[in-house]
Design a protein around this ligand. Sequence first.
Ligand SMILES: Cc1cc2nc3c(=O)[nH]c(=O)nc-3n(C[C@H](O)[C@H](O)[C@H](O)COP(=O)(O)OP(=O)(O)OC[C@H]3O[C@@H](n4cnc5c(N)ncnc54)[C@H](O)[C@@H]3O)c2cc1C
Length: 442
Amino acid sequence: LTRIVIVGFQSAGLTAAAAARLYNREAEITVVERRTYATYHPCGLPFVLGGEVPNIRDLVETTPRLPGVNVRLGVEAKAIDTQEKMLEVQDLRTLQVEKIPYDRLILATGSQALKPPIPGIDLGNVFCLRTVEDGQRILAALSRSRRAVVVGAGPIGVEAASALRERGLEVVLVEMQPAVLPGMLDPDMAAGVAERLAKAGIRVLCSKAVKELRGEGEVSSVVLEGEEIPADLVIMAIGVKPDVELAVKAGLKLGPTRMIAVDDHLRTSDPDIFAIGDCAEARCLITGRPLRSQLATTAIRMGRVAGVNAAGGDEVFEGVLNAVVTMASGLEVASVGLTATAASEAGFETSTARVRCLTKPHYFPGAGPMTIKLVAERKGQRILGGQVIGDGAAGRANLLALAIRKGMTAKELSQIDYCYAPPVSDSIEPLVVAAEALLRRR
Ligand SMILES: Cc1cc2nc3c(=O)[nH]c(=O)nc-3n(C[C@H](O)[C@H](O)[C@H](O)COP(=O)(O)OP(=O)(O)OC[C@H]3O[C@@H](n4cnc5c(N)ncnc54)[C@H](O)[C@@H]3O)c2cc1C
């Protein structure tokens, strides 16, 4: 009988529990989660702020029924005794401490929102957007706020800024890097997104670092280099930090990204302990280098592999391409693999092509622009990455994920089968147009 204990009951932990249960009907599976409610959907939070999801409670699941899985909510893991194979936990209501024996332990402790140590960070009406409680606090502050500043123009910051604008607030979006969505897009593609945000009425400020938040009790302004922006609501969306405390205390190794280091079976430096999701290091499928993925999709894919392996299986987690999609004031923006910037940083000589097409034939109502940028190795033209903006961007990024995973070249991509009907797409698939443009770059 295998005793599997999982710490954390979110995307990664929930999936691992389900996968372990399916693989091994006999295993005894226990999950401990410090939150007092079951799994919730952080990815839906920006859309609650915007009003598209009318009720924040809809983001919280009732405890999913996993037969034979003992889910213990309101219980925090405190320490791991790797010699005795015991997890020390504390019930946060009764404060009772107990030790749970394990044969295999899975750490799915996730991440927490990053708060920069700048003056004024603890003022009222300064929020992060990570938990249901964060969402509730922002919703409560919305009615008494008129001017918002969102710090960080990654996908969460862009979605949050779009949502606040949708609610009628004056919104300034501040980004330290020279362009919005810096991890996802090259600056030439990001310009189109910034344009859309500006059109929606959001003031976008790039290459600006926040120095200080000012106010008496509650925030009243945000200080940047050479500018002070009035604000009665601030959302810090500058990223997340992996929750590795438990792992570090137990002597588990961290990788170069300061996340828990794992092998291709998602085992940590202790072979009976696995780490998955936002707390665990992922590996880029193209460069082979460790990276911070910190996506729900990666957490779920890792959860499946670690769940099976902890239950006695032999699955390999090959790595990630970080396929991402976001909505910027109604504009669908997706990317996968390496941007041209990331590819050259990784030492690739690249050729790129950027094309503009229509999402449907020009005569069909609702036809809109689509921009695609492909990044390929200069020699051989193996596809390394793609960025797609416009309706249907996510589907194209998913197709590119497959192409990259299979090592396809621009030539092969230009020869794929695709479907067409005027209400859905144009007669020549935009990805093929982009691949053909890349072929002409040779
Ligand atoms: C606003 C927002 C929007 C997002 N949008 C997207 C999106 O559109 N697409 C996408 O792919 N990703 C998105 N993400 C990222 C995604 O939500 C995370 O990658 C995902 O939640 C990671 O899941 P996880 O299970 O690894 O970690 P977490 O969700 O961080 O969960 C970890 C859990 O472990 C528990 N825990 C930690 N330590 C202990 C302990 N010692 N004892 C007991 N319990 C513990 C925590 O309470 C927590 O519930 C978004 C994130 C946010 C915040």
